[in-house]
Design a protein around this ligand. Sequence first.
Ligand SMILES: NC(=O)c1ccc[n+]([C@@H]2O[C@H](COP(=O)([O-])OP(=O)(O)OC[C@H]3O[C@@H](n4cnc5c(N)ncnc54)[C@H](OP(=O)(O)O)[C@@H]3O)[C@@H](O)[C@H]2O)c1
Length: 322
Amino acid sequence: MNAPARTLLMTGASRGLGRKAAVQLLRDHPEQHLLLTARGGDGPRLAAELTSESGNPNVSTIACDLASLGDVRSAAAELGRRLDAAELPPLGGFLGNAGLQMTSATRTTADGFETTFGVNVLANYLLLRLLLGRFESRSRIIIVGSDVHFGDFKHNLGLIPAPRWTDVERLAAPGTGRAADSTREGRRAYATSKLAVIYLVHALARRLPPGTDVYSYNPGLVPGTGLVRDADPVSRFVARTALHLVRATPFATGPDAAGRLLARTAAGPRPGESGGYLDRGRLVVSSAESYDETREEELWTVAAKLCELPADEPAALSGGGE
Ligand SMILES: NC(=O)c1ccc[n+]([C@@H]2O[C@H](COP(=O)([O-])OP(=O)(O)OC[C@H]3O[C@@H](n4cnc5c(N)ncnc54)[C@H](OP(=O)(O)O)[C@@H]3O)[C@@H](O)[C@H]2O)c1
């Protein structure tokens, strides 16, 4: 018997490894509706391009800039409306692939949060909080993290500083001063945001009903995506050269292979116990620092406050969002 049709909500499908994953999902799962968030007015063009690349028209988009909590609320409300109207099959999964890396820790989202934290952490948190009551049983939630959360040379090749955890309101606030306005601190904010993704996944795993799984996911080093596009030309040249050297090593994966692996993990056999860290699809142990229930719960509570949600009940999706 065929599996019942489900909707998979995905962020970050417009480029990089996410785009490859989206094409693969469309090729392999014609029964599944792929619902993508896309910035600005790019959605319809993206859906048309992915349809043409995959041969599968079962894809649609919702406009959402993840650097705006208002946009995230509107996107969740629009999804809720489409589910209620049975315009979409029931929600069966979330693939939070969108992420960015900045060259400073001083830039801000529409709501005044430091951009890396705002997009990589808060947007995932709010979207999932708003959708928690919507997932069918046997749903799978994946948020893309990174091995740079380990903070050691083996995992960051000296390209990204180690994460620096501090109290969550401080992490969410833009940095000030000259040091914060540097590539180094921008990249540190990236590593810290990916540590936060693992904390978020652990906190979420404790709250999800049995049968709904959540994982963080490391795609490995994937040269050739748009991740370092914010960097100045010299840094981009250095990154390209360094990455060219590691491309032939086991550290690196090309965008095609990385996308295929991510797609397989999002829609393939259950990868293991909920809450786990998937290294290119395989359940492994993340850094010692990434298992810290006190930090995880602090992140959950403070993120709720920053998103103006109660600390715990799933927010109801009604009309305008919360
Ligand atoms: N490349 C690597 O070596 C590597 C390693 C470990 C983890 N990762 C993670 O893998 C994921 C994909 O990265 P990538 O390397 O493929 O980078 P990428 O080519 O830059 O793709 C990033 C995706 O995120 C989306 N995004 C960024 N900011 C957004 C915003 N404010 N609102 C909506 N969408 C936004 C982008 O959409 P737009 O087209 O609208 O910008 C794009 O679809 C990220 O989470 C990244 O941190 C990458």
